[in-house]
Design a protein around this ligand. Structure first.
Ligand SMILES: [Ca+2]
Length: 463
């Protein structure tokens, strides 16, 4: 029996979820494939030591455009480390962020559920001191900690600033980063002049460019926990504004210059992040941990004004593709396909379910995401019958969207549109009039989804 399958058989709960959620034909294939392994001549699982669970490094970029890294078409930004991840792993072309802005996507990643269920549907603003991820909300870090993992968040949290909302209250042994949505890369202050860089619950008194400090800390964490399973959530605030290039501390921003910056500054921010990722991949090689480490790279929402989202329409803050479709790369040498492309529509919260499955952590709490491991092993595995949903629910703008197979339904105010994404990724040809039945079905599906995610009111709501 191959160790990976043996591992999955040992972690039967996850397998049951995997099979239970798969469409009927896929379920049959999975059962046909797995049953002979359980009753065949292979050694019984108890005769072998279970493989050690893998380390997990989940890297999240911030406000980066769909076409701003080389594997997704960037021409003016060099990303050799991400090129390497694409070569050695799987590139996901139809990966979506759970939300069109920072907080909702991060809430969905930590909880594995639609962010509406924890009331974090919009970005938490600096003045909203009483908002955050409430105590007792589901947490991937807590599940991994219970599985014996060392856990760290290095980088941006944006799920609340009070101690009860902070990373240490949600299963992270270590936190080194910014609690809010953005910070000056050099002064470590937000636009209001508040110091927002922390090491656990204390202000961090370090000098330097935030991306470099995050990279150094990520390397230290991996070195320190080389002998035990670790979970590193490395959430860069690059390339969110303020747009400040590295190695130029004179470019400290003030309230009046907060949004300044050029495409070259933005590109330099991404290149510095890529350099850090390259150092991390090199460290995994040096420590002989590469094969034991699942590395995922993605982004929290579509690009902003200096980004390129080609060929997608619109940008951050909207439910057009440019607001929510973001790059993703996943590498697990020997386990995942290499130099492969997967076009399955997936969402941030699926990475949570996948990490739980890969690590054998307790996945008994309800999840909205699905385990992507079958598609990462074999990208052409049959797709599941599934619809993805989004809702932006701001007082000034309400948008709702659904993706089902090739179709994207978008309700913007009172206007309904339908797009056939494989032939129209740029959402320029509304085909709602030609497909009224699909529009009706997806409209009803959105309503049913809203009733579901709104059923249990959360303790607080951020719109
Ligand atoms: Ca963001």
């Amino acid at each position: 029996m191959r160790p990976f399958l043996a591992f999955h058989l040992l972690t039967g709960g996850n397998l049951a979820i995997l099979i239970g959620r798969a469409m009927p034909s896929l379920r049959l294939i999975l059962l046909c494939f797995l049953v002979p392994l359980t009753v065949g001549g292979a050694a019984p699982p108890a005769a072998r030591a279970a493989p050690a669970p893998p380390n997990v490094i989940f890297i999240l970029a911030d406000d980066m455009g769909y076409a701003d890294i080389a594997p997704f078409g960037a021409q003016d930004i060099r990303t050799p480390a991400l090129d390497r991840l694409a070569r050695e792993g799987v590139k996901l072309t139809d990966n979506y962020s759970n939300g069109p802005v920072c907080t909702p996507t991060r809430a969905a990643f930590v909880t594995g559920r639609y962010q509406q269920r924890v009331g974090l549907e919009g970005a938490i603003l600096p003045a909203q001191k009483d908002a955050g991820l409430f105590a007792g909300a589901p947490s991937l870090a807590r599940a991994l900690k219970a599985r014996g993992y060392a856990t760290a968040l290095v980088g941006k949290w944006h799920l609340g600033t009070k101690p009860e909302f902070a990373p240490n209250a949600h299963g992270f042994d270590e936190f080194f980063g910014i609690l809010g949505g953005n910070a000056d890369m050099y002064s470590h202050q937000n636009m209001e002049g508040e110091h927002v860089f922390f090491e656990n619950d204390k202000p961090a008194a370090r000098k330097g460019y935030l991306t470099d400090l995050f990279n150094e800390r990520a390397l230290e964490f991996v070195e320190k926990h080389r002998a035990a399973p670790f979970f590193l959530y490395l959430a860069y605030n690059a390339a969110h504004w303020p747009f400040q290039p590295p190695d130029d501390p004179k470019q400290v921003r003030t309230k009046t210059t907060w949004y300044d910056g050029s495409r070259a500054d933005y590109a330099a921010m991404i290149e510095r992040m890529d350099r850090g990722i390259g150092q991390l991949l090199d460290a995994l090689d040096r420590l002989r941990l590469a094969k034991d480490t699942l590395v995922i790279f993605t982004n929290d929402n579509g690009g902003e004004r200096l980004s390129r989202n080609d060929p997608l329409r619109d940008k951050k803050g909207t439910l057009w593709e440019g607001g929510i479709r973001v790059p993703a790369l996943a590498r697990w040498p020997g386990k995942f396909a290499a130099h492969a492309t997967c076009s399955l529509p997936v969402m941030t919260m699926d990475w949570t379910a996948s990490i739980l499955a890969a690590t054998g952590a307790d996945a008994s709490a309800p999840l909205d995401g699905i385990d992507l491991l079958p598609w990462l092993r074999k990208p052409d595995t049959l797709p599941p019958a599934r619809t993805l949903f989004w809702r932006k629910n701001r007082p000034d703008s309400i948008q709702k969207a659904a993706r089902q197979g090739r179709w994207k339904y978008l309700l913007d105010g009172t206007t309904e549109r339908l797009f056939d994404l494989p032939v129209d990724a740029g959402e320029s040809h509304d085909v709602a009039a030609q497909h009224p039945r699909i529009v009706r079905e997806l409209r009803d599906a959105v309503k049913a989804w809203e009733q579901d995610v709104d059923r249990v009111p959360p303790p607080l709501r951020v719109r």
